[in-house]
Design a protein around this ligand. Sequence first.
Ligand SMILES: Nc1nc2c(ncn2[C@@H]2O[C@@H]3COP(=O)(O)O[C@H]4[C@@H](O)[C@H](n5cnc6c(=O)[nH]c(N)nc65)O[C@@H]4COP(=O)(O)O[C@H]3[C@H]2O)c(=O)[nH]1
Length: 518
Amino acid sequence: MLIALATTLVTAAIWLQLVYTDARRMQVDATILLLEQVEKMAREGETVLASLNALDHTRCDRATLVAMRKALYFSTYIKDIGFYEQDLLTCTTGLGSIAQPIRQGPADYTTPSGYRVWTDAQLLLFERTHPVLLIRQGRFNVVMERMQFTWMDRPMMKWELVFRHGEQLTNVSGQPGIYRPDDHKLANILPLSGNFQHQLCAPGYPRYCAATRLGWGDILSSHGVPLTLTLPVSLLLGSLGCASTLLVLKRRMSMRPRLRRGLASGAFYWLYQPIVDLQSGHVVGCEVLSRFRDDYGPLPPDQFIPTLGKIGLSWQLTSRMIRSTLAELERESALPAGFRVSFNVFPQDIVGDAIQMLGDIPEFRRSRFTIALEITEDEYLDDSRAQDHLHALKELGIHIAIDDFGTGYSNLHLLRQLPCDVLKIDRSFVMDMEEHRIKSSLIPHIVEIARQLQLSLVAEGVENAPQRQALLDMGVGYGQGMAFGMAMSAGALGRAVRPTDRAAGETTDELRIAPAAG
Ligand SMILES: Nc1nc2c(ncn2[C@@H]2O[C@@H]3COP(=O)(O)O[C@H]4[C@@H](O)[C@H](n5cnc6c(=O)[nH]c(N)nc65)O[C@@H]4COP(=O)(O)O[C@H]3[C@H]2O)c(=O)[nH]1
């Protein structure tokens, strides 16, 4: 969600920047075009006035009118030309000779070259008056339409053209007050209280200056449709970005790639749960339990063990576990020779050939410990290859323990054929003991089977003293569980083995066989 929001904001910001840049370019173009227009008009006025004044006409007669009309004909911006006799307007190209000559009021300003300018004169033409710009020099004037600048008059852009004379400003056209007299050098667009201002003076006529002003509101409204599209587009892009990121994360965080990477990067580590003589309380061995933790956190064995089996990495884990834990335990001098180290193995490695590679592991060959492999009783053990492999392991001096006994295949005939040494009573039987449920009533039968087959018994999940005592009373020799210690480090295991345990371990490297029940 955060990624979607961030992408939306970034897209919207980029879009706003594009819109603003476009509007800014348009504003600069507009100021320049406006001044270009002013220069063309001024130049045309000057030329026409100079050429007419040079003609020596002193009266409003036909020749004067012809000269004026000829000049008008060749003009672009001039709409009318007038002629003065002793400061009275006596004829114009539009009206011809004026019966009652007109005296004009004072000009709005006079340029340094002597041009008098009326910015808001009224021209009577075809029975209507028009607001015009009137420029006079000598005996003639030229009239230009003020509305020449209407092409600029887009609602979104405000503008003004001024004439500067000293400190004074005269509005020539556009909206008064747009030009900022305090700083006529605003060549760049500057943000002024939420508006963007651009000012320039005409290079050829530096007293004529133009200003344009654009507000954010104008920019946004002028790009209404694209901006309306911005939100859905950026939301779409944001969602796409979010979805693809989640996909990548999901792939990275899903269990299989994590386990593959973990095997290479050392995300697996191992802990040891003590196996205790229930009678004496001495630690006689341990079960090795795998743990996994990477950058995304830990994974429970119940999840990663089956997955490793499915993706064909079972032997990789087992062989690495055996190498690294035996090397670690070897350094624990408190652990006696013959101390029993029990490893869980995957059924597929027993049926397949992987387990045959156990003898090649140097740490196994030179270990002072008794190695046990825990296998779950299941149909795969019916396979003759699996049984051959177990017999071969037995010849290497490895003990075979049937794990979670009582919960699986439970085939007595099969059990007789297997070269096993230990039965591990599943913790569900032990848990049921205090409530005298049916499962716990089966423990004496398991004890009897172990006695008949000459096997030792380890109860799993022993959590308290009453359970320990009840198991002892039933003839179970060994146990592991909370009552004696959960999975711990090699150092902690070394400390848990007392000197007497060492003596016990040194005298026997086999667990006691279950005594006769009752
Ligand atoms: N409630 C309770 N639980 C207790 C008590 N004492 C021990 N446990 C837990 O019971 C499980 C005993 O291991 P398991 O039956 O072989 O069951 C193991 C074993 O089948 C498998 N596993 C663990 N490590 C490996 C491994 O390296 N290779 C293979 N193939 N399987 C492994 O994952 C299973 C679960 O392992 P963990 O989660 O470590 O769980 C362990 C241990 O932490 C207790 O007093 N109370």
